[in-house]
Design a protein around this ligand. Sequence first.
Ligand code: SF4
Length: 246
Amino acid sequence: MKNNSGNGDTKGRVSSFQSLGAVDGPGIRFVVFLQGCPLRCVYCHNPETWSIQGGIEMTANELYSKIKKYKNYFGKNGGVTVSGGEALLQVEFVKEIFRICKENNIHTALDTSGMGCEDEESLRQLFSLTDLVICDVKFASEENYKNLTGGSLEKVLHFLELTKVCKIPVWLRQVIVPGINDDHLSIKKLNDIADRYENVEKVELLGFRKLCISKYDSMNMEFKLKDTPETSEDTILKLYKHINKR
Ligand code: SF4
């Protein structure tokens, strides 16, 4: 990725787009999925995004020329969400996309695990252009986080601390996997994290799904949770009762 910051020529690698998304932030949104991820979540639906070399290369201006065709659909609440892979691996590119969006009065949301950039100055610059952070706290114990994603919960908490200092609204998310984090203790830990940061506005619990199995098969990869059942709506509803911010 090349950084020519400020003129829209910054290049990044894009995996795919969703032009009228309704689940990754408020309102109707143009969602950009960037290439590259430092994690290896055991339930990942998008292993094709893992390599930073994959996808297609484009400039922030080229990307914005696609976004602007949908601007009229965004209405009052909608806008642009940059997701991944892990968007923070291409922080300069995200900054440039958000800078152009803000110049055009478009709401900006960053969908991230909170891992991928530890440079505080870069993150502060990014937050100055970000209206909402959606942080997927993969697991609320260090042990599960390490064993099931390869990452570090401590680094995510450090990231959340910075969102608090910078006063950025945050939505937390977690995928609920039967037999792993669908118990009261795991949810209590997630609830404690949400309550620790006053800028966290709400917590979203998502069901574990297995729609990605055929994708793994076609990539000759093993989906390690193929025998784990999907999460029932009933389980999600019960667990929400232990979440204060919902
Ligand atoms: S952070 Fe997202 S893209 Fe990366 S491994 Fe986890 S689920 Fe997959």
